[in-house]
Design a protein. Structure first.
Length: 262
């Protein structure tokens, strides 16, 4: 990730920190529980949460009895995460600044390495996944949950275009097939996949990112065309006077293989 893009990520997630932490979809207990249950961590497993943001994933694993470290590139969400950690009195969890492309840890330090809704902000997701795999022990778990886009390139590009207009720190959400190829490249074997979706109201979604008016107009126009002509697979719809759309998500639970097996 270039220094310019990292600066943009820091800027966006500094201004979005409070709204992102308050987003019901991000804080949703059932979604967090589903991820933890899919990973099935043993008691006191060492867990690294990469791009932890406001810390919800890290706290979910801590509450499951793991020893957890959450890292993030940006100070503002980490401050929120630390406040929440203290409020929940979680002594088996700590947070620190950290760069996902250069994780400050030795090889095989963690039993579980997890990241949620972060890779679509990375210019080089393979580099991030390589680092996550590096610090995970052999036979440990690397779990990713993120937005996913259509397998059809034009439809995927349409969604990524309006996502980038809304939030310039968004680089590219990937189709499931590209995730699978990346995992194999990084020595990870998929053990479980499940899919879901987020259904944001467009105006709140734009407000959360503080999207400038000129770009917001373009996003609304793109989603209006999407509603009319099914251009991305996000299926915008109207309900009670508001416009919504579907952001598809997928979670992947991968096991790190011994190098002799790949």
């Amino acid at each position: 990730m270039s220094s310019e893009h990292k600066a943009m990520v820091r800027q966006e997630f500094t201004q979005q920190a409070q709204a992102y932490a308050a987003n019901p979809s991000i804080a949703d207990h059932a979604r967090l529980t589903r991820l933890v249950q899919a990973v099935q961590p043993r008691h006191k497993a060492r867990v690294l949460d990469v791009a932890t943001g406001p810390g919800y994933v890290a706290m979910a694993f801590a509450e499951a009895g793991c020893e957890v470290l959450g890292i993030d590139l940006t100070e503002a969400p980490l401050s929120i995460a630390e406040q929440k950690r203290q409020a929940r009195e979680l002594t088996n969890l700590r947070f620190q600044l950290g760069d996902a492309e250069h994780l400050p840890f030795e090889e095989q330090e963690f039993d579980i390495v997890v990241s949620r809704f972060a890779l679509h902000h990375c210019e080089d997701p393979q580099r991030v996944l390589t680092e996550m795999a590096r610090v995970c022990r052999i036979q440990g778990i690397v779990a990713i949950e993120d937005l996913v886009v259509s397998e059809y390139p034009a439809r995927a590009a349409y969604q990524n275009s309006f996502e980038q207009l809304r939030d310039p720190s968004h680089t590219r959400a990937l189709p499931i097939s590209e995730f699978l190829a990346l995992f194999t490249t990084c020595g990870l074997e998929v053990e479980q996949i499940y899919t879901d979706s987020l259904t944001p109201a467009i105006e709140q979604w734009l407000a959360n990112a503080r999207t400038p008016d000129d770009r917001a107009v373009k996003v609304r126009a793109m989603l209006e065309q999407d509603e009319l002509h099914d251009l991305s697979g996000t299926h915008p719809f109207r309900q009670s006077g508001a416009v919504y759309f579907h952001q598809r998500t997928a979670a992947f639970v991968n096991r790190k293989l011994d190098a002799s097996h790949v």
